[in-house]
Write a protein that binds this ligand. Structure first.
Ligand code: 13P
Ligand code: SF4
Length: 343
């Protein structure tokens, strides 16, 4: 399976000396969570670090990855847009994506000459599953001449049918870059209605949703505001009535930026749980109210899984050339718009 490498050399080594070597990381992880599993995690973190160096690999991790991955082994962390930008400019020949499958596909489309691996090829996304390429073709037939903007949380085949992709960080700007009065926006109806409220462009929406964010209720958000100075930040994949209760709505990156700017005494992040865990380490003076939902797909990525894929080079993303080239045009239209300076 891994004839090019000595498996024994890169096995996790339970070694007391590791504690001293990784002392700063232990401090970071202690701030981010109870860190009860440190003793179990450390040998894996160390083995992945050694293997990563040996393979000259670049590890990209989404903000929803667990702290031991986000702080422990990733080279670059961020929201979907940051990971796409990092893949497009990566120099490493081997990229390991810690996130869900559409993110790994996006990296492969933008870095076609590189080898892109994902630690668990079954890490899916309810939004990416909500629409097919044929659905997009059907929408185009129903609305001739209307351009299609697809959220990056889609398959490569759907991207290939789109004029441009967007993330939650630049959806309004990408929609407006089409220069038309109407735009077909797929597949997230909640992000779509949030965008529609911030632009003059008329949006034709699709009934997709994120199974994680749609679980939040307005009542939960009101309960999370337990102190007068608690600030509520929500991801635009939440329902409109939830977003109405929030002080700020933005992508995961925008929420982190807001926190860095405003430094509230207490914050409730209405999004995936790992986001609070990871930011707790960055902002120790801010209290984080525990209102969050787990994304089961993001949580398929584990330290042993990352170690295995680096060792075996399994779970490589492979795409049809024509689909990849068409999807690249849509992703490049998104990268051209880039990240708005202030959300
Ligand atoms: P971001 O684009 O904000 O990183 O969100 C990605 C995602 O999957 C949200 O559920
Ligand atoms: Fe998909 Fe929702 Fe999970 Fe993000 S949180 S990966 S949108 S299922």
């Amino acid at each position: 399976m891994c004839s090019d490498i000595s498996v024994d050399e890169f096995k996790p080594r339970p070694d007391v000396a590791l504690n001293a070597l990784y002392e700063p990381l232990r401090h970071t992880l202690e701030r981010s969570s109870a860190c009860l599993e440190w003793e179990l995690q450390l040998p894996w973190i160390d083995a992945i670090q050694r293997l990563k160096q040996h393979r000259r690999a670049l590890i990209l991790a989404h903000t929803y990855q667990a702290p031991e991955i986000f702080h422990g082994v990733a080279d670059i962390t961020g929201d979907s847009l940051a990971l796409a930008q990092a893949a497009a400019s990566a120099e490493a020949e081997l990229i390991v994506l810690c996130g869900v499958y559409f993110m790994a596909e996006t990296a492969k489309i933008l870095a076609p000459g590189k080898r892109v691996l994902i630690a668990d090829a079954l890490a899916g996304c309810s939004l990416a599953d909500a629409i097919s390429a044929e659905d997009v073709r059907q929408l185009r037939r129903q609305h001739p001449g209307v351009p299609v903007v697809s959220y990056v949380n889609t398959s490569a085949a759907v991207k290939a049918e789109s004029d441009a992709c967007c993330t939650s960080a630049n959806a309004v700007q990408v929609v407006e870059s089409m220069g038309t009065q109407r735009v077909i926006f797929v597949p997230d109806r909640y992000l779509g209605s949030h965008v529609a409220a911030h632009t003059e462009v008329e949006l034709i929406l699709w009934p997709g949703s994120c199974e994680v964010h749609e679980r939040f209720t307005a009542r939960q958000v009101r309960e999370a505001r337990r102190q007068p100075d608690t600030r509520v930040l929500a991801h635009p994949e939440c329902r409109p009535e939830v977003l109405q209760e929030a002080d700020f709505v933005g992508s995961t990156h925008a929420m982190a930026q807001w926190l860095a700017r405003e430094r509230p005494a207490e914050v409730a992040l209405i999004t995936e749980c790992a986001m609070s865990d990871n930011l707790r380490a960055q902002f120790p003076e801010v209290r984080f109210a525990s209102t969050c939902q787990l994304c089961p797909h993001m949580k398929r990525i584990t330290l042993p899984g990352i170690h295995h894929c680096l060792l075996s080079l399994e779970h490589e993303v492979k795409l049809d050339e024509a689909v990849s080239a068409a999807a690249r045009r849509a992703l490049q239209a998104m990268l051209k718009v880039g990240r708005p300076t202030r959300p």
